[in-house]
Ligand binder design. Structure first.
Ligand code: DGL
Length: 279
């Protein structure tokens, strides 16, 4: 494995026409991409899926941080004006280090999701589900503690949700049984809010909703993050203003066709303009 030298990119002035950069371990972050372009349809967006190294969710903090730095470096070479870490595991393990080392705004998915959950809960009992890495990092737990210190947080890792989503096997008896298996303890704890703390989980919303019932509010971190990205871009005055239609590019570190096929499930539309990159 080649560890790309950490480079410091000084972006002196953010030009509004520069793209928003988004990275994830693979296809999952397309759920975040989808919400971002819904909120900001005029922005150029370049998305990097590190499909050669996926999954991040089972790897150590050091490894995920190194991968995240490499992804950020590849996107900075594209001249982006803002970086979105769409991967929950990478946000949990690497956001601080990316923020410390980059001269452009860096947004993750943990903080917006945690904030939304803290605003939403009525009984102060919040559930969080994510990869093993995200849950082990304690980042969601700490973020909720900041926004709603009185609340009780109950967490569980749901590793089987990622392959289910990628298979497109997201509704019906089998996914619901698996959801029930993972969430039984959270339901016993009488949570009223559940954070979908993984890029893949919005695809399982229907099955999760069927198991937890309408009284449990599902927080989609992708939606919350898109709102935070829109606020940041508007707040900094760096929104793209030209009339020409925006460019959407996709970079992957493994096979482009597989990404386009599986990724369409996550993006909700066909994917073109996919290019292979190495770092
Ligand atoms: N993108 C990852 C996340 O949101 C899920 C897939 C993986 O384990 O890499 O944590």
């Amino acid at each position: 494995m080649v560890d790309v030298q950490w480079e410091r990119f000084a972006i002196m002035a953010c030009e509004s026409s520069r793209a928003v950069g988004i990275f994830d371990s693979g296809v999952g972050g397309l759920t975040v991409h989808r919400r971002i372009v819904e909120r900001l349809p005029n922005e150029n967006v370049v998305y990097l899926g590190d499909t050669a190294r996926v999954p991040y969710g089972t790897k150590s903090a050091n490894t995920v941080e190194r991968y995240a730095r490499n992804c950020a470096g590849a996107l900075l070479k594209e001249g982006i004006k803002l970086l979105v870490v769409a991967c929950n595991t990478a946000s949990a393990y690497a956001l601080e280090s990316l923020r410390d080392n980059l001269d452009i705004p860096v947004l993750g998915v943990v903080e917006p999701g945690a904030q939304r959950a803290a605003q939403q809960t009525r009984n102060g009992r919040i559930g969080i589900i994510g990869t093993s890495g995200t849950i082990a990092s304690g980042e969601y737990q700490r973020a909720i503690e900041r926004y709603a210190p009185e609340s009780q947080v109950y967490c569980t890792a749901c590793p089987l949700f990622v392959p289910l989503a990628e298979e497109g096997w997201v509704t019906g008896g089998i996914p619901e049984q698996i959801v029930h298996h993972y969430l039984a303890a959270l339901l016993d704890a009488r949570i009223d809010t559940l954070v979908l703390g993984c890029t893949h989980y919005p695809l399982l919303k229907e099955a999760i909703g069927a198991v937890v019932g309408p009284e449990v509010f599902l927080v989609d971190s992708a939606e919350a993050t898109a709102a935070a990205v829109a606020d940041t871009i508007e707040g900094l005055g760096i929104a793209r203003t030209t009339e020409e239609s925006p460019e959407r590019r996709f970079l992957v570190t493994d096979d482009t066709n597989t990404f386009a096929r599986v990724g369409a499930l996550f993006l909700g539309e066909p994917i073109t303009n996919v290019h292979w990159v190495d770092f």
